[in-house]
Design a protein around this ligand. Structure first.
Ligand code: HEC
Length: 159
């Protein structure tokens, strides 16, 4: 009797498992690491800026009309000496709708993560709204495609 009961219980369990797998597939757009990265970049406005790109400058790209680019120490020293940006190197780009930097459009991030995506330079990409809402994360083809023309995918230098 016990055996029969447990076999019967397996049916709804299986049905349930299949259903939650479907649900998970639909919501894969938010990668959990993207939220960790959002926490990690907090305070980026205290990071360095690349020579010639200080303050709010006009963009060459689609992100927004005006941008401010912030680079953490690991990435900035590598960019300055011409070395490859190491694991943990991060670049953040704020995009604005106005030249004063008063109206934020979004915040984009590139972070070097060892072994994350070797065929794409090991960059992890993220795009957020000002409140941290994730718009893009991981290895979006559109970020990689346009950035592949830059040295090691960085567009702010070496064009
Ligand atoms: C159509 C081309 C294009 C696409 C698509 C694009 N970018 Fe960019 N990105 C640029 C250019 C050009 C710059 C250099 C700064 C500028 O002119 O705005 C840049 C700069 C950046 C920077 C500052 C570091 C650097 O490389 O100069 C970050 C971070 C960044 N982009 C992230 C992203 C993310 C994340 C995505 C995808 C969500 C993305 N980009 C998609 C063209 C692009």
């Amino acid at each position: 009797m016990n055996h029969r009961v447990s076999a019967f219980c397996m049916i709804p369990l299986l049905a349930c498992t299949t259903k939650s797998a479907d649900t998970a597939e639909e919501s894969t757009t938010v990668d959990p690491y993207s939220q960790e990265l959002w926490e990690e970049i907090q305070g980026f406005q205290g990071w360095g800026q690349y020579e010639g790109w200080e303050g709010v400058v006009e963009s060459d790209a689609v992100h927004g009309d005006y941008v401010s680019i912030w680079i953490n120490d690991a990435a900035l020293s590598a960019l300055t000496t011409g070395e490859t940006i190491p694991d943990g190197g991060m670049l953040v780009k704020e995009t604005f709708l106005d030249s004063e930097g008063a109206t934020l459009k979004d915040i984009t991030v590139m972070k070097k993560v060892d072994g994350y995506n070797p065929e794409g330079g090991n960059w992890y990409w993220g795009q957020y709204l000002g409140d941290g809402t994730v718009e893009e994360a991981g290895s979006p083809a559109m970020c990689i495609g346009c950035h592949s023309s830059g040295a090691d995918y960085v567009r702010v230098i070496g064009e």
